[in-house]
Design a protein around this ligand. Structure first.
Ligand SMILES: C[S@@+](CC[C@H](N)C(=O)[O-])C[C@H]1O[C@@H](n2cnc3c(N)ncnc32)[C@H](O)[C@@H]1O
Length: 208
């Protein structure tokens, strides 16, 4: 379905430097409270405790279970005020993945990576997924989550043209094409009751 990833798939309405759009701090949750709880419950099951984690495209909430302790949680995002406001982070990096999709970390630094409700902003997703694979240790999970909300002018064109199922397939395709991960799984972890934000995860582990 995505064998030919055309350049225009990754065009955006707003092609100005991301530093302009994200320069304004947004100290908010980007999904509702029920969806946040569902995500935290999923993280509790999948992310190893007492480990080194990477929260890529991070802001002021990492949604990690508060009762668990991690050796380190590194947040990489666009806005220093948002990252400084995130109490779960132990280190913070401001880095623009549009300008430079390589990650400023050594090989095999982390035991898990989350990209929460942000994958739709990646204009070089395959390089970023290869980089995630490089900085993760063997058998480490990478959890990509998405809902139905976004900053429309900054989401890539292909995202706007897909439904939830095909968005999950697109993210799965990023994992496959990166050649750094084993098989991926897609889960609908939306809260069961009505009127909440839907929430989907696509998760894969690096090779042994
Ligand atoms: C909708 S917010 C989600 C933030 C956070 N993951 C959460 O769950 O609340 C999108 C995030 O993507 C990050 N982001 C967007 N474009 C980026 C880029 N080019 N490079 C790095 N991070 C980016 C922004 O810093 C912003 O915090």
């Amino acid at each position: 379905m995505f064998n030919q990833m055309k350049a225009e798939y990754f065009h955006r309405i707003d092609e100005t430097d991301d530093a302009i759009f994200y320069g304004q701090p947004r100290l908010v949750k980007h999904i509702d409270d029920s969806a946040c709880v569902a995500l935290t419950n999923y993280f509790r099951m999948v992310l190893p405790a007492d480990s080194d984690l990477l929260d890529l495209m991070s802001s002021c909430f990492s949604h990690l279970p508060e009762e668990l302790s991690y050796k380190s949680v590194t947040g990489l995002g666009m806005n220093k005020v948002e990252l400084d406001g995130n109490p779960q982070l132990t280190s913070r990096v401001v880095h623009n993945l549009t300008n430079d999709p390589t990650l400023p970390f050594d090989d095999h630094t982390f035991d898990g990576c989350v990209v929460t409700v942000s994958v739709q902003y990646l204009v070089n997703p395959v390089v970023v997924f290869q980089e995630i694979g490089r900085v993760l240790r063997p058998r480490s999970p990478c959890i990509i989550s998405f809902s139905n909300r976004c900053f429309p002018t900054k989401a890539v064109a292909v995202w706007h043209n897909l439904d939830d199922q095909d968005r999950a397939k697109l993210v799965g395709h990023y994992f496959v094409v990166s050649k750094k991960f084993g098989p991926y799984e897609v889960l609908n972890i939306s809260p069961k009751h009505d009127k909440t934000d839907p929430l989907f995860v696509v998760c894969a582990k690096t090779a042994p």
